[in-house]
Write a protein that binds this ligand. Structure first.
Ligand code: ZN
Length: 318
């Protein structure tokens, strides 16, 4: 068994061992408890990091990370895996959307974090420095939030390093979800990791608080395909899956507090300039019309009637 001992914070796993445990550390001056699996394989191979619950009401992502952590077997694993199923613990307990409740920031906009910053930045720094930085390959699992419907898609980022960029795109293709989106999303997990030289993807499935077996299975199947591709687990290399590459991820946001009336369903093919929905006031006056910025496909759409200024309305992949 050639592998070294795997360490994250206070937890360790010797070669051939799987260790579930909770790391405790301070975030924003308060104790923070972060559950995770450390899985140290019986043979040499790459290190895969999987995170879920950065947005803690994206339940398919969390369910998929839990399934992987519970099922993964160190006896047949080549390489190592670190699985953090729910990063944003306070939001999970509160069934809260979008943000990290202690400081109200979107945790997926503060990576790689700052150990001297606010609470979300401190959590991001802890996870980035101790977990994500150990990865040869990194997958962050997401989905539509409680108020978002989406069609499944996988995001990757071209950080300007040809080898890393090629591997990130390869991971996205191997994962097996149809729509692949190239996007920077500053401060996100996968773009920060890509910049550090770690091939990374962010995969999205499920939404609106729903996590059907199909929604979860799309993500667990993607992880299984990726691990077979990397020869981390037994099994044939995955078949090539059909994909559609979208080079732009165009978000529309609300300029107003009001009532949101989408005009198209999620997944709709839309034309540049098409009316995609309206934000109205109480009396029904149109405050804002969302026009499609390009020919493309609606990848996610906010499904709550409630709309707040600066919140996303929808995004078009093009
Ligand atoms: Zn998310």
């Amino acid at each position: 068994m050639p592998n070294q001992i795997l360490h994250v914070g206070s937890l360790t796993a010797a070669p051939g061992e799987k260790q579930y445990g909770i790391n405790e550390f301070a975030v924003g001056g308060q104790p923070y408890t972060l559950p995770m699996w450390l899985v140290n394989g019986s043979a040499e191979g790459p290190t895969l990091v999987v995170t879920g619950g950065v947005h803690a009401a994206e339940y398919a992502s969390i369910a998929a990370a839990l399934d992987l952590g519970r099922a993964i077997d160190p006896a047949t694993l080549r390489g190592r895996a670190i699985i953090v199923p729910v990063m944003n613990i306070p939001a999970f307990s509160a069934r809260s959307i979008y943000v990290f409740p202690p400081d109200g920031k979107n945790l997926n906009r503060v990576f790689p974090g700052d150990a001297n910053g606010t609470a979300s930045q401190q959590l991001a720094a802890w996870v980035f420095d101790r977990v994500i930085s150990q990865a040869d390959y990194y997958v962050d699992l997401h989905g539509g939030d409680l108020v978002e419907a989406l069609v499944p898609f996988t995001i990757f980022f071209r950080a300007g390093n040809a080898r890393v960029d090629e591997l990130s795109l390869e991971m996205a293709k191997v994962f097996g979800i149809r729509y692949l989106v190239c996007s920077e999303t500053p401060g996100s997990t996968f773009s920060a990791a890509s910049r550090k030289g770690i091939p990374s993807i962010l995969a999205e499935s499920g939404g609106q608080g729903i996590w059907t077996p199909d929604d979860v299975g799309l993500l667990t199947n993607g992880l299984d395909r990726l691990m077979r591709h990397l020869k981390m687990i037994p099994g044939a290399a995955p078949d090539e899956a059909p994909f559609t590459l979208l080079e732009q991820f165009l978000w529309l946001r609300s300029d107003h507090d009001g009532f949101w009336y989408p005009a198209v369903p999620v997944g709709a093919a839309v034309r540049k300039g098409q009316n995609l929905g309206e934000v109205k006031d109480v009396e029904g006056h149109v405050l804002q019309t969302a026009f499609s910025p390009a020919d493309g496909r609606v990848l996610f759409i906010v499904s709550s009637l409630a709309m707040n200024r600066t919140d996303p309305l929808l995004a078009v992949g093009a």
